[in-house]
Design a protein around this ligand. Structure first.
Ligand code: MTE
Ligand code: MO
Length: 435
């Protein structure tokens, strides 16, 4: 290949990575091979564009319809393969199919973990990466920079925790409550649990010279500026954390389930804020502002508060902890044989404590019985559960699961509406069919 061609090819590949170029019909694996061949797979921060984010596909919960299948070849900006059996692509995001978690164990394998990207995955090289801590909340107000090797010299912490999007379950506001909401139309698969390894943010902040006047800490990603559908540039993804939280259980992690953090999940380093809404866990973190005054970003003002008729005019306080949910490891409209006993499985989780009880109903909520729990209640984690069911006759059925956590919180029948569809916690009515 002559050098002009190869330069053009690299540019095109960069555009593909940034979601600006499409490669219809070209298998993702082939594109990734091209990237590797062009030496781009481990490249320093790419000049990424910011594709507008689609508001979600609006497809019915869990349906593997033709549109989803067509989409799967084309999740702009996600690096890992997205097989139809594991993922539903929604704009720049990929939702894990809950049915594909059956039998996978407690932690979600990295290759099945959902991806929520505002723009596109930047392919960063660990050797070129550094983290800058800066701001008037430092005692000396001089930026301090840490390489990955510097970070690894702090005491290591390993911790199991889920990451869940605040909008997980959003499509159920429409499907189950007839209410319209904006945002990616997730069903229940915008969650994954992993074993993370890293260091305490508190240790890093103290080493950087945390001052006594600091109140807020704002990590920011190295991915491209986020441009809304109407063309407003909101800058790079960033969201303030109160200092008290930053010093409590927040980690800077560089390993996920025993592997270096994958590109799509924040390689080389992301923030992990256990049990808080996913957006707090900033991926590809490049800098952290430490401020003596409260900080704001679009992600704690216009987004990630509750708006709507039942909420204050200026919105609720910024969202923090996740809510409580349950999901069956079954496709929507799964077909089961009538007259046969099936072992059905699922998972339940809560951001306010471990799950201590799960009740299930196989008759649309008429009768309930306890599910068998296979994990101890664990803060920041989920429990796997199972039940046996013999559909008595062919026909449609509705399966329900209802969790209760250590704080006594139980899933309600309906979720109070909010315009952006955050924190859906109602018991989900999961349709299946016996044949
Ligand atoms: N830099 C950056 N961090 C980010 C995001 C992003 O787009 N850019 N998305 C956030 C949101 S909304 C969620 S739900 C989680 C998703 O994490 P995952 O893609 O590793 O599953 O990452 C958060 N961190
Ligand atoms: Mo999210």
């Amino acid at each position: 290949m002559c050098s002009a061609e190869s330069a053009y090819d690299r540019r095109r590949l960069r555009q593909w990575l940034a979601g600006e170029a499409h490669a219809p019909g070209v298998p993702r694996r082939d594109m990734l091979r091209l990237l590797a061949a062009a030496g781009l797979a481990g490249a320093a921060p790419l000049p990424l564009g910011a594709p507008a984010v689609a508001a979600g596909t609006g497809s019915a919960p869990g349906t593997a319809n033709a549109a989803d299948r067509a989409n799967a070849a084309n999740a702009p900006g996600i690096v890992k393969p997205l097989p139809d059996a594991w993922f539903t692509v929604r704009g720049t995001n990929a939702e894990t199919r809950f049915a594909s978690l059956a039998g996978t164990g407690y932690h979600t394998p990295n290759d099945r973990f959902f991806v929520r990207n505002h723009t596109a995955t930047p392919v960063l090289a660990a050797a070129d990466w550094s983290l800058t801590v800066w701001g008037d909340g430092l005692s000396h107000d001089r930026p301090v920079t840490f390489t990955l090797d510097d970070l690894k010299r702090f005491p290591t912490v390993t911790r199991s925790a889920f990451v869940e999007c605040a909008g997980n379950g959003r499509s159920l506001f429409a499907a189950q409550q007839g209410q319209s909401v904006s945002g990616t139309a997730w069903t229940l698969g915008a969650i994954g649990a992993a074993r993370w390894r890293g260091v305490r943010l508190a240790d890093v902040l103290r080493r950087a010279g945390l001052g006594r006047r600091a109140v807020d800490v704002m990590p920011r990603g190295l991915d491209a500026d986020y441009v809304t559908a109407d063309g407003t540039n909101l800058g790079r993804v960033r969201r303030p954390l109160p200092l008290s939280k930053a010093l409590d259980d927040v980690l800077l992690v560089h390993e996920m389930n025993g592997e270096p953090l994958p590109h799509d999940h924040g390689h080389p380093v992301r923030v992990l804020v256990p049990s808080w809404i996913g957006v707090a866990s900033v991926k590809w973190v490049g800098d952290i502002q430490v401020s003596a005054r409260p900080l704001y970003s679009p992600w704690n003002t216009g987004f990630y508060r509750l708006f709507g008729d039942s909420h204050p005019a200026r919105g609720s306080a910024p969202l923090t902890r996740q809510t409580i949910k349950s999901a069956w490891e079954l496709d929507w409209d799964a077909v089961l044989r009538a007259g046969t006993t099936h072992r059905l499985t699922g998972r339940s989780w809560s951001g306010t404590g471990g799950v201590v009880r799960v009740e299930v109903s196989t008759d649309g909520g008429g009768t309930w019985r306890p599910a068998q729990l296979h994990d101890a209640p664990r803060r920041d984690g989920w429990v796997r559960w199972s039940t046996h069911w013999r559909p008595p006759a062919p026909g449609p059925y509705t399966l329900l699961a209802r969790a209760t956590d250590t704080g006594g919180r139980t899933q309600p029948d309906t979720t109070v509406h909010n315009t952006q569809g955050y924190l859906f916690d109602a018991v989900v009515r999961h349709p299946v069919r016996a044949r």
